[in-house]
Design a protein around this ligand. Structure first.
Ligand code: SME
Length: 157
C-alpha cells in the first residue's frame, strides 16, 4: 500500500516537478517518484530512445525484464514506430504486448519530444482496467515537456 501522508493531485505532481532544481536522470527519477504517489499509477517509468532501442531509464515499481525494447515491439516500441502516444484499456486484448507484471491491466505511453526529436517516453501501468484516459495523458504530456527541457545533466562547474 502507498503511504498517503499528504494528498497527491495531478497539479501537485506538476508543481513539485516544476519546482525541482534537478536535471537529467535525477530529475526523471524525481518525476517518476511523483507519479508513483498517484492512485492507479502502479508502475511509472521513463525510457530513453537510443538508436532503434528503448532503454529503461528511471522507474518506480516492480522490477521488469523489459530493460531494452526494440522499436515496434510491445506498447512502448509501438509508440515509437507509430510516432504517437498509446492508451491501452486492457492489455489482455493485445497481441503485441510485453508483460511487466501479471497484475497490469492498463497502460499509457507518452512520448518525450524536444524540437521534433523523440528523446524517449513515459510509460505507466495500472492494475485496473481503463485506469488511464485523456486526463492522465494531459498530465503526462505536461510532465514530458518538463522532462524534455531538462533532459541533459546539469553541466559540471
Ligand atoms: N508493457 C510494455 C513493456 C514495459 S513494462 O510494462 C514496464 C510494453 O508492452 O511495451
Amino acid at each position: 500500500m502507498k503511504d498517503h501522508t499528504e494528498r497527491y493531485s495531478y497539479q501537485g505532481v506538476i508543481d513539485a516537478c516544476s519546482a525541482s532544481p534537478q536535471r537529467g536522470r535525477a530529475f526523471r527519477a524525481f518525476c517518476m517518484a511523483q507519479l508513483d504517489q498517484l492512485d492507479g499509477f502502479d508502475w511509472s517509468g521513463a525510457y530513453r530512445l537510443e538508436g532503434d532501442t528503448l532503454v529503461l531509464d528511471e522507474y518506480v515499481g516492480a522490477e521488469t525484464d523489459h530493460t531494452r525494447i526494440p522499436v515496434g515491439t510491445g506498447v512502448c516500441g509501438t509508440a515509437i514506430a507509430e510516432d504517437r502516444n498509446q492508451v491501452i484499456e486492457d492489455v489482455r486484448e493485445l497481441k503485441n504486448y510485453l508483460a511487466c507484471s501479471l497484475e497490469t491491466r492498463s497502460e499509457a505511453v507518452v512520448l518525450i519530444r524536444r524540437e521534433g526529436q523523440v528523446l524517449g517516453q513515459i510509460d505507466i501501468d495500472g492494475h485496473q482496467v481503463g485506469a488511464f484516459g485523456p486526463t492522465e495523458v494531459a498530465l503526462l504530456e505536461e510532465l514530458a515537456a518538463l522532462i524534455a527541457e531538462r533532459w541533459d545533466e546539469a553541466p559540471q562547474l
